[in-house]
Write a protein that binds this ligand. Structure first.
Ligand SMILES: O=C(O)c1ccc[n+]([C@@H]2O[C@H](COP(=O)([O-])O)[C@@H](O)[C@H]2O)c1
Ligand SMILES: Cc1cc2nc[nH]c2cc1C
Length: 336
């Protein structure tokens, strides 16, 4: 399935979303009822197994080929002093991902996931979104396409991760523009800005959202306020849907990318679960807006796909039980 080559093409994909396989869900539910445990005793693991079975069209699935895709972008708004780190760190960390030295590489390796890395025009930061649109339409489409094409159609689980100094500022502005409230509701400390940095960041978020007040089109909000890596994650999550590949969402920035899809098309994230609750202020509110409860809550605020990569283990655990357990009959255990 090739990537759309213009914005109209992406909009069309958002109105034509494949659904899960209801027969596989019904068969998985019937299997779950026969497994050697009291009904419901595996809690959310049971729901996860049925959800995964539906998207894969297989009542007894396993995860064999998980992918963690890391997208990197740079942000013009960084010149306002909104991050604790310089923009150069984005490219340096891309080198670290490629050399398998980052946290996400270790976590992905724990669960047999392949890490892919896409750097998006790092030497050409987006324009400062306080002043004007962060991206042209061509730049937005290019980033969406990069994300779409990064998804391995043979993967059976997809994690969207990111790296981009300044991108919590962009993500907060997107959340404010799409959900409303106050800039301070969405603006957190990111990599660890001090109080003065947080004040500058909150002001940039407020001004960026105010500049496009009344804009109701989520893809236009993404173009105005987004980073390239944010757009790439949105394109990738949408591509995964077309391939019926289940997605685990990562932290605050990934969730802002997902919010764009959620606001553009109700149900666009039915193939996604929230991997974790980030320590970034605003993430809980963002997950509430998505209607998603996180699998993990460990105080992570790293990005890179790290929290979602860790959550692959939870999903693998759910499927190991669902697909591997004996039934009451097979085990000769008396049913309830
Ligand atoms: O995923 C999150 O929730 C998260 C929260 C805080 C920071 N980050 C990471 O930190 C960088 C953005 O922080 P900042 O302060 O530069 O906006 C970016 O590379 C993200 O991957 C990520
Ligand atoms: C070192 C470093 C690693 C990161 N990984 C994701 N965001 C990051 C930001 C910094 C600063």
């Amino acid at each position: 399935m090739t990537a759309p080559n213009d914005l109209a093409g992406f909009r069309a994909r958002l109105t034509d979303l494949p659904g899960p396989d209801d027969a596989a869900i019904a068969a998985a539910r019937a299997r779950d009822a026969q497994l050697t445990k009291p009904s419901g005793a595996l809690g959310r693991l049971e729901e996860l197994a049925l959800w995964y079975a539906g998207w894969r069209g297989d009542a007894r699935p396993r995860i064999a080929r998980p992918q963690v895709a890391v997208f990197a972008g740079n942000h013009g708004v960084v010149a306002r002093g909104v991050s604790a780190f310089p923009a150069a760190v984005t490219a340096q960390m891309v080198g670290n991902f490629e050399a398998s030295g980052a946290a996400v590489n270790q976590l992905a390796a724990c669960f047999g996931a392949r890490v892919t890395v896409r750097a998006l025009d790092l030497d050409r930061p987006t324009a400062d979104f306080v002043e004007g649109p962060a991206m042209s339409e061509e730049e937005l489409v290019a980033a969406l396409v990069t994300g779409w094409e990064a998804v391995d159609p043979e993967a059976d689980l997809f994690v969207a991760g990111e790296m981009g100094i300044g991108n919590t500022c962009s993500a907060a502005a997107i959340a404010l523009a799409l959900e409303g409230g106050e800039a301070a509701d969405w603006t957190g400390r990111g990599t660890g800005v001090d109080a003065a940095g947080l004040a500058r960041k909150t002001e940039a978020v407020a001004q960026g959202a105010a500049r496009i007040a009344g804009e109701a089109d989520p893809l236009e909000v993404l173009r105005q306020l987004g980073g390239r890596e944010v757009a790439a994650m949105a394109g990738a999550i949408l591509a995964a849907r077309q391939h019926r590949i289940p997605v685990i969402l990562d932290g605050f920035i990934c969730s802002a990318a997902a919010l764009v899809l959620h606001r553009a098309a109700p149900g666009a994230l039915d193939h996604a679960v929230a991997g974790h609750l980030s320590a970034e202020g605003g993430h809980r509110r963002l997950l509430d807006a998505l209607g998603k409860a996180p699998l993990l809550s460990l105080g992570l605020r790293l990005g890179e796909g790290s929290g979602a990569a860790l959550a692959i283990g939870v999903l693998k655990g759910a499927l190991a039980c669902h697909s591997g357990m004996a039934t009451f009959e097979e085990a000769g255990v008396s049913g309830g």
